[in-house]
Design a protein around this ligand. Structure first.
Ligand code: AMP
Length: 525
């Protein structure tokens, strides 16, 4: 029986830990009782055992109690790569709230937007962050900031409050094309459904000896998998340091920490490719990729670096809790199954259903491309206090005599002959930059505000594959661009600020009268 499956009898015999049957929280609470001396977290500061980490959690909980805003359902946490930041997330969940990660690289206006939108009244931070201080002051309501580095006092036991399945575990904000980020609330019901597949299924059979790579910003929901999976089973979460060159730090963490489970965005392979001959990681048992199209050629090369690993391409939007489909890569037949050089995304997780719709909203015939719409326990019920965008994102489809609500992913897919889903691209202008989800429309929204007309276009320099930066074209003269970059840097996360901004005399249009993005891209070559 899996360590995680606690529903019949307690594997640890700790009868008093009955937390409203939210399995993930129960498991977090049980890990410290069961494995106090095992390593829970490895950061650039060193290793922290479960009892060490959870006593920091207990201390933060004590600090939280003194804040008025901590009674609100959501608490903010500034991102960081130190144990106190990770303990802060655990403290928020243990104290009965949900967490909202806010990147310390965001400009103050973005931080403020999130604080206001999620009605956050208190934020935990490990060390002072000027954008947070500015935002907290100018926010429409009072926001308390607790610097967890400044907490004094002895050790305290973490106390996990009972949670209900419908409580929000976290809200992640993603780019929205109207300039307002979208809040994705994920409940413990959603999260439990995800972890049930991951931890109770036969695919992975994780054990307390597993050491997980954590390479993601805490504002990216793949971090939820990399953090909570090990902590739910008594394993170790190995955090990649934020400083230095990201991909070098990733390789170094994989090697030095003897990582056994790695979840990465495919763009990492773009950096590592040159060194495939030198990389040997025999400890890795599971190597997973998610977040963007996975190129067959790259993964074939990578497979030699991880000779003992099973490799999987997993897929899913934040709205459907981390990931919800999976494809087992194999050296023998994945090359034939790749479509336009991209590895399939496989089949949906148990409890999830996928359909493919044509432009008329009807299901497409077998084998044809259509928009992937998904339904099931992992899918959120709607964007945070945003009925309009929720209505746009969901579609009711008939199921027998009744109807069922499906989330529209905006991803174009088809089913191949083996029944696997194959990813073909996006229907809209959502792109991935360094693994981050970006609506090009959001950049254009702010650019339009600055130049006062709508002939602006944000494009990726390269089609399809993972991109590192964005370029922005504006119809007009060089003088029209003055101040534009500063404005964008003040409004947007740094990965969304175009690396190149060009003025052009006349915006090229295609036959449909739309901005000809292909022609713009060619100008960059
Ligand atoms: P996010 O909400 O940031 O996780 O982004 C979700 C989007 O990333 C999806 O709708 C897809 O467009 C893309 N995506 C995620 N995983 C994959 C994958 N394995 N292959 C191709 N695209 C993916």
């Amino acid at each position: 029986r899996s360590r995680y499956n606690l529903s019949d009898g307690r594997s640890s015999g700790i009868e008093e830990v009955l937390l409203g049957r939210v399995q993930v929280v129960e498991s977090l609470a049980l890990s410290v009782a069961e494995f106090p001396d095992r390593t829970a977290l490895a950061t650039h500061e060193g290793e922290f055992s479960y009892s060490e980490l959870y006593s920091v959690v207990g201390g933060i909980q004590g600090g939280l109690k003194s804040l008025e805003g901590s009674s609100k359902p959501l608490i903010g946490v500034m991102t960081g790569d130190d144990h106190r930041t990770y303990a802060s997330i655990l403290a928020i969940l243990a104290s009965g709230a949900g967490y909202v990660p806010i990147s310390r690289t965001y400009p103050a206006s973005r931080v403020q937007q999130i604080l206001d939108q999620a009605e956050i009244r208190c934020v935990l931070t490990s060390g002072s962050v000027s954008s947070l201080e500015q935002a907290a002051q100018s926010s429409s309501s009072q926001v308390e900031v607790l610097d967890v580095q400044a907490l004094r006092g002895g050790r305290a036991e973490a106390e996990f409050e009972a949670r209900s399945k419908d409580d929000i575990a976290y809200v992640f904000f993603t780019s929205g094309s109207t300039g307002k980020p979208k809040g994705v609330p994920i409940t413990f019901r959603n999260l439990d459904a995800f972890f049930r597949v991951l931890l109770e299924g036969e695919e992975y059979r994780f054990s307390p000896d597993d050491r997980f790579l954590q390479m993601f910003s805490l504002t990216f929901d793949l971090s939820v998998m990399s953090l909570f999976t090990p902590l739910a089973i008594g394993g170790c979460c190995c955090v990649v340091p934020d400083s230095g060159i990201a991909w070098l730090q990733i390789v170094e963490t994989l090697r030095a920490q003897n990582v056994t489970v790695s979840l990465m965005v495919p763009s990492v392979l773009g950096y590592l490719e040159r060194y495939f001959d030198e990389i040997r990681l025999p400890d890795i048992r599971h190597s997973m990729f998610c977040g963007e199209a996975l190129a067959q050629s790259m993964v074939a090369g990578w497979s030699k670096c991880v000779p003992n690993a099973s490799i999987r391409n997993v897929y899913g939007p934040t709205e459907a809790t981390i990931f919800c489909s999976s494809y087992d890569w194999s050296e023998e037949d994945s090359a034939q199954q790749a479509y336009q050089g991209v590895v399939p995304i496989g089949s949906m997780y148990p409890g999830m259903e996928a359909r493919l719709l044509g432009p008329d909203g009807a299901e497409v015939p077998a084998g044809e491309q259509g928009e992937l719409v998904i339904s099931g326990e992992q899918v959120m019920t709607g964007y945070f206090q945003d009925e309009e965008r929720t209505a746009e994102a969901f579609i009711e489809l008939a199921e027998g005599d009744s109807a069922r609500s499906f989330y529209r992913t905006g991803d174009l897919c088809f089913h191949n002959e083996r029944g696997d889903l194959v990813y073909c691209g996006r229907l809209d202008s959502q792109v991935k930059v360094q693994g981050h989800r970006v609506e090009l429309g959001e950049i254009e929204h702010f650019a339009r505000q600055h130049v006062g007309h709508s002939f602006v276009a944000a494009v990726l320099p390269k089609a399809g594959a993972a991109a590192e930066s964005i370029a922005l074209f504006v119809q007009g003269e060089a003088k029209d661009l003055e101040g534009l970059e500063t404005l964008l840097a003040e409004r947007l996360p740094s990965y969304m600020v175009p690396r190149e901004i060009r003025a052009i005399e006349e915006m090229p249009l295609n036959l449909n009268g739309k901005i000809d993005r292909l022609a713009l891209r060619q100008r960059l070559e």
